[in-house]
Write a protein that binds this ligand. Structure first.
Ligand SMILES: Cc1cc2nc3c(=O)[nH]c(=O)nc-3n(C[C@H](O)[C@H](O)[C@H](O)COP(=O)(O)OP(=O)(O)OC[C@H]3O[C@@H](n4cnc5c(N)ncnc54)[C@H](O)[C@@H]3O)c2cc1C
Length: 354
């Protein structure tokens, strides 16, 4: 019994797990890799998964929620790898497609706030100036999708990461998500060709879609992490003996695992429901994505701490699965829309109905 939904899900999971198992040493090595090594591993993983739904979805612009959900089997194995792959996909989504042999990054957040305001595009000839903060894949990217303000309107510029005038800051040291490379990026008179400027006028706003995408990505990263630590905690509790029996036989431990199982599957179902609503164009999808963003992050934290408690001493070993997940989960509450801002947006939407 593994609580999977059905044969198809089990088959997909087994296929992706098989690919990941082949590369497990590299997925693990990603956590300790320097920037060049992290880039090499990510390129290998993008190529290896390109034939699977995770990679194919890079070409499928309409189905971004499905593309994120397809990555859940990767998220169950590595939160960092999942987030790095999603950043490439998000960049391709904004650019309108992209080859799988390049790494992408999306720069929206600015040091003064998460909206595109101080990074400016002026011209013609078009020049990009300003600074973006916390760009996932920034240190290893080939292509950057940069949100910018241009004469009162908002655009995205898709530029080679090695363009003259682009300066990537040092990799940001983070307590968790250690397989991810993140940096700030400075733009100084970067030349942008007109065909690389994505205009939003009269189209669905790609920034809003990117923000929803990032929130659903964070939700699925949490769901993957919850499945991972729950599985490890159940295995530990059924094997580790105290007082002559597995600790799972103690009600205190069993109840804790029961709550963790409930939270994990509730989060999984909510993220899937938000995906389905977004895929079917439901006008309330954005609110459900935000609900999933908040619920999954808060419960992932509870489950990560619960798993650590069940594993006790083993859970507190630095670099172990439980301790790493505990550090990763904090980053997932921040990356994307913060929980406070997401909750306010949900409340505003409800208020709008009064
Ligand atoms: C691991 C990681 C990866 C990331 N990757 C990317 C990436 O690839 N691309 C990218 O563009 N960004 C990325 N980010 C940035 C991330 O999206 C931002 O950190 C996030 O949006 C919050 O922005 P901020 O850090 O500027 O915090 P702020 O917006 O300054 O928030 C500070 C605090 O104030 C609260 N707050 C903010 N506004 C309000 C308000 N109106 N009302 C009430 N409370 C409010 C927040 O909830 C928070 O508690 C990443 C961050 C991390 C940690």
């Amino acid at each position: 019994m593994d609580f999977q939904q059905g044969e198809q899900e089990r088959e997909n999971g087994a296929r992706i797990a098989k690919i990941l198992a082949t590369f497990m040493d590299r997925v693990e090595a990603m956590e300790l890799a320097d920037v060049p090594a992290a880039r090499g591993i990510l390129l290998q993983m993008q190529a290896a998964l390109a034939a699977e739904d995770v990679g194919r979805a890079l070409d499928d612009q309409g189905a971004w929620p499905q593309a994120i959900a397809n990555g859940l089997d990767v998220a169950k194995v590595s939160t960092s790898l999942f987030l790095a792959l999603q950043a490439t996909r998000q960049c391709a989504m904004i650019a309108g497609g992209g080859p799988h042999d390049r790494i992408g990054a999306v720069a929206l957040t600015e040091p003064g706030g998460p909206r595109a305001a101080s990074v400016r595009l002026a011209g013609p000839p078009w020049r990009l100036n300003g600074r973006k903060a916390f760009v996932t894949n920034g240190p290893v990217a080939d292509v950057l999708a940069v949100f910018a303000a241009a004469d009162g309107r908002e655009v995205a510029c898709v530029i080679p990461a090695d363009s003259p005038g682009v300066t990537r800051g040092p990799r940001i040291a983070m307590p968790g998500l250690n397989g991810l490379t993140v940096c700030d990026i400075e733009f100084s008179d970067v030349d942008v060709q007109p065909e690389h400027i994505i205009e939003f006028a009269g189209k669905p706003n790609p920034r809003e879609r990117y923000v929803l995408d990032a929130d659903l990505t964070a939700a699925f990263a949490c769901v993957g992490l919850m499945h991972r630590v729950l599985g490890a905690a159940m295995a530990h509790a059924s094997q580790h003996e105290r007082g002559g029996r597995p600790v799972l036989k103690y009600q205190e431990v069993g109840f804790k695992l029961a709550e963790m199982l409930t939270a994990t599957h509730a989060a999984d179902l909510l993220a899937m429901r938000a995906t389905w609503m977004a895929l079917t164009g439901n006008p309330e999808a954005a609110t459900l994505v935000r609900c999933a963003r908040v619920f999954c992050a808060e419960n992932a934290e509870r489950v990560a701490i619960g798993a650590m408690q069940v594993a006790a001493g083993q859970g507190y070993v630095a670099g172990g699965l439980f301790e790493r997940a505990w550090r990763d989960v904090r980053g997932l509450a921040v990356a994307g829309t913060t929980l406070e801002v997401a909750r306010m947006a949900i409340a505003d939407e409800l208020l709008g109905r009064v």
